[in-house]
Design a binder for this molecule. Structure first.
Ligand SMILES: N[C@@H](CCC(=O)N[C@@H](CS)C(=O)NCC(=O)O)C(=O)O
Length: 248
């Protein structure tokens, strides 16, 4: 059995966090049996470390940091962290299952991932201020406010841009999605690689899911994102629905 470590949220939301979403999509694509452990923000570093999973990165001050998603695979004893590495591990370990990185697309996946992550950062200026609404514990809120003040340099409730700055942010986000739309239009199917869902689609969908779940389906932010590019991104989530279950 594989154990997936994911971020907790208060009822009725179960899972929402963009990076764990990618691992969940991959596990569902492969139909591998797994269980999910939901961890509150303030416990992530300790719980993942105590589970024997390596750090995903080091803080600016050199402190090793543990993050979700992480997995432990009882069948092999492997402990893997980072959504990309988890997908690579599962492709290698379970070669008879559908691949997150279809053969021959590895370079494309890497380039797509790099472009997306480098250009979508500003989306977090919309996402982060709304995250406190869905956390389930007081301690999580305290941790979240403290850690985001350190990383964003301002209090969480001042992160969301307003007025002209908000307009500029949306212009940038639309431009990024226009580029993605251009690439998807060239595909022979509805996914990045024709009719085959792959890690690139999951990367995008993970962030879209987070926006939709954290802000809510009726929110202005989700309406904006889900209607640009002729509704392509809402359709992408729909097309991936069968890989979006909590557990298989
Ligand atoms: N590059 C990593 C990023 C993982 C990451 O940043 N995870 C966040 C949740 S989406 C986390 O665990 N944060 C812990 C914290 O903020 O303390 C991946 O793709 O898995």
């Amino acid at each position: 059995m594989i154990t997936l470590y994911d971020l907790a949220a208060k009822d009725p939301i179960k899972y929402w966090s963009p990076n764990p979403w990618k691992a969940r999509y991959v596990l569902n694509l492969k139909k591998l049996p797994y269980q999910t452990v939901y961890v509150d923000f303030e416990d992530i570093d300790r719980v993942i470390r105590e589970a024997g999973i390596p750090p995903s990165h080091h803080n600016a001050d050199g402190k090793p940091m543990h993050t979700v998603p992480s997995i432990i695979d009882d069948a092999t004893g492997a402990a893997v962290t980072d959504s990309y590495k988890i997908a690579e591990y599962l492709d290698k370990q379970y070669p008879d299952t559908p691949r997150a990185f279809p053969v021959g697309t590895e370079a494309l996946q890497g380039a797509f991932y790099r472009y997306y992550n480098d250009n979508i950062r500003e989306l977090s200026l919309l996402l982060v201020p709304s995250v406190p609404d869905i956390l389930r514990k007081e301690a999580s809120l305290e941790y979240f406010y403290r850690s985001r003040l350190a990383s964003f340099g301002k209090p969480v409730d001042q992160i969301r841009p307003v007025g002209e700055e908000l307009e500029k942010l949306w212009e940038k986000l639309h431009a990024v999605h226009d580029t993605l739309e251009g690439w998807y239009t060239k595909s022979s199917g509805s996914f990045l690689v024709g009719d085959t869902p792959s890690f690139g689609d999951f990367t995008l969908a993970g962030r879209l899911q987070a926006m939709k779940i954290v802000h809510g389906e009726d929110s202005e932010d989700w309406k904006k994102l889900s209607t640009v590019n002729n509704g392509r991104w809402a359709k992408l989530l729909k097309d991936l629905e069968k890989y979006a279950s909590v557990e298989n």
